[in-house]
Design a protein around this ligand. Structure first.
Ligand code: ARG
Ligand code: ZN
Ligand code: CA
Length: 243
């Protein structure tokens, strides 16, 4: 990313139980994880295998906690239809969504860890949603998704990154320097894990845009960085965040 990009983050907390009313410390721990993961400052960055050391990337984007907005609710789960973003449905509307990244922490339900809106969508629903059980470190965060990487993955989508397997068998993520993956990987894959797709490359299972456990994902690639840079450049869908 050319020039310094600093993204103010608004965290919208919707809670029914005390565990769902995550603490400011838990929220700040998530901001800290984003700052590490997007600046190659994560302690596991040096675990990237030599095979990928030439393409591992420092995205170079900073996140700053702008404000925390809390709302008590009687809803037990919110689903994935953006209800949490709508006042009329008991949620919280985003604050300044064209200049601030809005995050919602709530009980999503259905085993969903989080979901994101890609660039180019309505600003009224823009941002990322993270289930409160997978938001940040400690507190109510649940292993093996307790290292804050659900947000790293979702913010990756928010910055235009696709799943590394392209959401299809041997699909494309539109990034040249990431290998073609058969499908999503889960858990903690043993290295090397070979793809059966054309060329049988070693899969980059440690990429944040795979589906592995938090402890097993620790890199973005240069090609992913290029896609991210493009949307923050003049004319890009998130240029309003780069000033
Ligand atoms: N299933 C979610 C999604 O596709 C998030 C997966 C996050 N993975 C993780 N290890 N935290 O958006
Ligand atoms: Zn995803
Ligand atoms: Ca690729």
């Amino acid at each position: 990313v050319n020039g310094k990009i600093e993204i103010p983050v608004v965290v919208n907390v919707l809670y029914r139980t005390t565990a769902e009313n995550i603490s400011n410390a838990q929220i700040q721990s998530q901001i800290d994880v984003l700052n590490k993961d997007f600046n190659a400052l994560n302690s596991d960055y040096n675990n990237v295998p030599a095979l990928f050391s030439g393409v591992k990337a420092n995205i170079g984007i900073t996140f700053v906690l702008d404000q925390v907005i809390r709302k008590s609710t009687t809803k037990t789960s919110w689903g994935t239809n953006d209800a949490m973003k709508k006042t009329a449905q008991g949620g919280l509307a985003p604050t300044s969504p064209t200049t601030k990244l809005n995050m919602w922490s709530c009980n999503i339900g259905g085993g969903i860890l989080g979901y994101a809106q890609f660039p180019g969508g309505a600003s009224s629903t823009d941002g990322v949603v993270i289930d409160s059980r997978y938001f940040g470190l400690s507190g109510s965060a649940n292993a093996p998704f307790n290292l804050g990487r659900t947000a790293t993955h979702e913010v990756g989508h928010w910055m235009n990154l696709r799943h590394i397997w392209g959401d299809a068998t041997c699909g494309s993520d539109l990034v040249a320097d990431t290998p073609t993956h058969n499908t999503a990987n889960y858990g903690v894959p043993a290295y090397p894990h070979y793809s059966t797709c054309s060329g049988t490359p070693v899969e980059m299972t440690m990429n944040y845009m795979d589906y592995v456990d938090d402890a097993a994902m620790y890199m973005f690639s240069n090609g992913q960085k290029s896609r991210i840079s493009a949307i923050f450049t003049t004319g890009g869908a998130r240029a309003s965040f780069a000033q």
